[in-house]
Design a protein around this ligand. Structure first.
Ligand SMILES: Nc1ncnc2c1ncn2[C@@H]1O[C@H](COP(=O)(O)OP(=O)(O)OP(=O)(O)O)[C@@H](O)[C@H]1O
Ligand SMILES: [Mg+2]
Length: 358
């Protein structure tokens, strides 16, 4: 039987460097590819040469190669390829939807925030959930994949341009969240048709060419809708679970259900539904009322058979309220915190070495 990347990864499991590091467990080895040649099989080990690489010496890399060769008699050569070089190559190619999904940081759990309708508060929920996860001490990133409506940097009041190091992006960190956004790629109102290859390229760059700080969670703010664009973007995150956002009204709920069904048809796990702008409390007397009616979350929950994760009230932050983050001390903060705790308890599938999982 022909050698597979999985065989190589399995064989490498017990390998340790001279310094006692297990490269596979440490996430140093990100992927394996196999090249059959007339004179035998060549194995490429795609390694992360960022923080993990620092601890792995040239001698260790040679030992890795010898280890693989000693294990498989058909292997004639082993190359250790740093990821940064690969990424430069990838950037030169134009990615197409349907290609292999981008390499996500190893171990990250991705949560896509989806809705059918625009304007229901997806981006607001995304940043507040990310903030609450970070508040639990979890390393959290947010990826703003909303092509036409990127708004995460503005909602987080992030104005500085994104910096680069070694031709990779350094995600700006605000409120303990590492941020990447389409905004950094599009510039000011650039009239670009973000479909197909260009869209894929931008999303790939956002993930692969960013020096992520080993995030444990990554919240994805996806474009609204159930059409081609939303589906194109979904395709790039096969491992992401999804949370559906709706408002209490029946219209939003119906479209949210369709978005949930679409996600499910693409094999996404649906974690639950959030009802945003659910109720309003009078700051004077505490009276609670429901400007958008009732029942949206329950309707989505019932039709998709998923739990209601939270009901978020209206957050009125006054004239100075340009930030989308819930102000400190607002009751909605506790709601987000409780929801983040529930999400952190869920058994989400982390991204693994690429070849093993698809
Ligand atoms: N709970 C809330 N209380 C008050 N205002 C809110 C709340 N949630 C969202 N908003 C406001 O509603 C508007 C739409 O929110 P947001 O941009 O998060 O929605 P969206 O679903 O991401 O929209 P789009 O589809 O355009 O990307 C914004 O002005 C936001 O500040
Ligand atoms: Mg948005």
């Amino acid at each position: 039987m022909a050698l597979t990347p999985k065989d190589v990864l399995q064989a490498l499991a017990p390998f340790r460097t001279a310094g006692g590091i297990e490269p596979l467990k440490a996430g140093y080895i990100q992927d394996v590819s196999i090249e059959p040649h007339a004179d035998g099989t060549r194995v490429n080990l795609h390694v992360d040469d960022t923080w993990r690489g620092a601890a792995v010496s040239n001698a260790d890399r040679e030992a890795l190669g010898s280890f693989v060769k000693a294990h498989f008699s058909e292997v004639v050569a082993v190359r250790v390829i740093p990821r940064s070089k690969e990424q430069a190559d990838t950037a030169r190619k134009i990615a197409k939807p349907g290609q292999a999904p981008p390499r996500t940081p190893l171990g990250v759990k991705m949560i896509a925030i989806i809705s059918g309708k625009g304007g229901v508060g997806k981006s607001t929920v995304s940043i507040n959930l990310a903030h609450a996860l970070a508040g639990l001490g979890l390393r959290t990133g947010i990826l703003d994949c909303d092509i036409y409506g990127f708004s995460v940097p503005d909602l987080l009041q992030l104005s500085e341009p994104v910096k680069t190091r070694d031709k990779r992006f350094i995600p700006p960190r605000v409120h303990d969240i590492d941020v990447m956004s389409m905004k950094f790629f599009v510039g000011h109102n650039a009239p670009v048709m973000w479909r197909g290859p260009l869209l894929g390229k931008a999303i790939r760059q956002m993930i692969e060419e960013t020096l992520w700080n080993q995030p444990e969670y990554m919240v994805l703010d996806l474009p609204p809708g159930t059409g081609d664009i939303a589906m194109d973007v979904h395709e790039y995150f096969p491992k992401a679970a999804a949370i559906v956002v709706t408002t209490p009204d029946a219209n939003a709920a119906r479209v949210a259900e369709r978005a949930g069904q679409m996600a499910r048809s693409m094999d996404r796990r649906l974690l639950g539904v959030i009802e945003n702008m659910s109720f309003m409390n009078c700051p004077e007397c505490g009276y609670q009322w429901y400007p958008l009616g009732h029942g949206g979350a329950e309707s989505v929950a019932q039709s998709l058979e998923i739990p209601v994760l939270a009901k978020i009230p209206w957050v009125i932050s006054g004239d100075s309220g340009v930030s989308g983050l819930v102000p400190d001390g607002h009751p909605a903060q506790e709601i987000y915190r409780t929801m983040a705790q529930a999400v952190a308890q869920m058994d989400l599938v982390p991204a693994g070495p690429v070849s093993v999982n698809h």
